[in-house]
Design a protein around this ligand. Structure first.
Ligand SMILES: C[S@@+](CC[C@H](N)C(=O)[O-])C[C@H]1O[C@@H](n2cnc3c(N)ncnc32)[C@H](O)[C@@H]1O
Length: 292
């Protein structure tokens, strides 16, 4: 099990052990084409991981965690939290901040968070972005067309679990040789000259679920990806594709038809769907599709 301190939407922490059990013993390197926080690659035994995501902010954060010691990252975050006057209940305790129902700590942090957001949008300091991801709504990493971080304040602060996740994530990354890129998944650069012993891992946006990065994912992207994977299969490459074929009454029929020619492992699970208004359990049929 490996958790990311970014709590990145759609990260594979909960099912990573199941995915790792599918990985062949002889894998030399992993090419993760939609890496997000790259939980799968970092939890694996592969020494070399090629991580690609169209979003440069997430790969910048990975570089930050790779190149810096976890204690320094935590110290930098605490420094920013102190300078901006955000709550830090890890040190201050919770009693000081009585919470109104549903509001969490947002009421206390709103102004400081907005000042930090404005400063980050000017200086693009990566340590500030990490703090914004901690204090932002649902830990979203969302940017507007001008490239400005535009998530409102969230309910939590830099709690112990996030500090522990920071330590664990940094130590998982530390010994890996990491190659980062920011191509669209269709770019030939990602597939040129890749050794046969490699495994491609695809965890794209899902057609039938919700996340900020799903907005630009249409049936056309889905079809392009499935064609591309068929080509890799024909060339003798191994792949794993994660996806959800059913969620909250919606079905991805395109994928259901396509996957019949490969091996399909169903990772049934329920997940907690939470928002300010409600908390409910949703059913999802999550799958891992492989050609080996
Ligand atoms: C489901 S998330 C991956 C989560 C990841 N497995 C993790 O553990 O954090 C899908 C990712 O695909 C990226 N993405 C969306 N469209 C893309 C594209 N056209 N090419 C490459 N990456 C893309 C998003 O930025 C997002 O980070």
């Amino acid at each position: 099990m490996l958790y990311t301190p970014l709590n990145y939407q759609g990260n594979k922490s909960r099912i990573v052990d199941c995915l790792l059990s599918l990985l062949p013993q002889d894998v030399s390197s992993i090419h993760e084409i939609f890496c997000g926080s790259a939980v799968f690659s970092f939890a694996s035994k592969a020494n070399r991981v090629y991580l690609n995501d169209i979003n440069t902010h997430i790969t910048d954060l990975i570089l930050y965690f790779h190149d810096n010691d976890a204690n320094d990252i935590i110290e930098q975050a605490d420094g920013i939290i102190g300078r901006y006057g955000l709550t830090n209940t890890f040190y201050e305790g919770r009693a000081r901040y009585p919470e109104n129902r549903h509001e969490g700590l947002s009421h206390y942090n709103k102004d400081a968070f907005n000042r930090l957001k404005a400063d980050y949008n000017l200086d693009k300091d990566i340590a500030k972005l990490f703090v914004l991801s901690i204090y932002g709504f649902n830990h979203y990493l969302r940017f507007n067309a001008k490239g400005e971080f535009n998530v409102p304040v969230g309910k939590v602060d830099f709690v112990k679990t996030l500090r522990d996740k920071t330590q664990a994530y940094c130590s998982a990354i530390r010994n890996k040789e990491v190659v980062l890129s920011n191509y669209d998944f269709r770019s030939g650069e990602l597939y040129r000259g890749v050794e046969r012993a490699a495994v491609f891992y695809f965890d794209p946006p899902y057609l039938i679920t919700q996340a900020p990065y799903n907005l630009f994912w249409t049936e056309q992207e889905e079809l392009d990806l499935l064609d591309l994977i068929d080509e890799l299969d024909a060339e003798g490459y191994r792949f794993i594709l994660s996806n959800v074929i059913e969620s909250n009454g919606k079905q991805n029929n395109l994928l259901c038809d396509w996957m019949t020619k490969y091996n399909v492992k169903h990772i049934h699970r329920q997940y907690l769907n939470s928002s300010y208004q409600k908390k409910n359990l949703s059913n999802a049929d999550e799958v891992a599709i492989t050609n080996f």
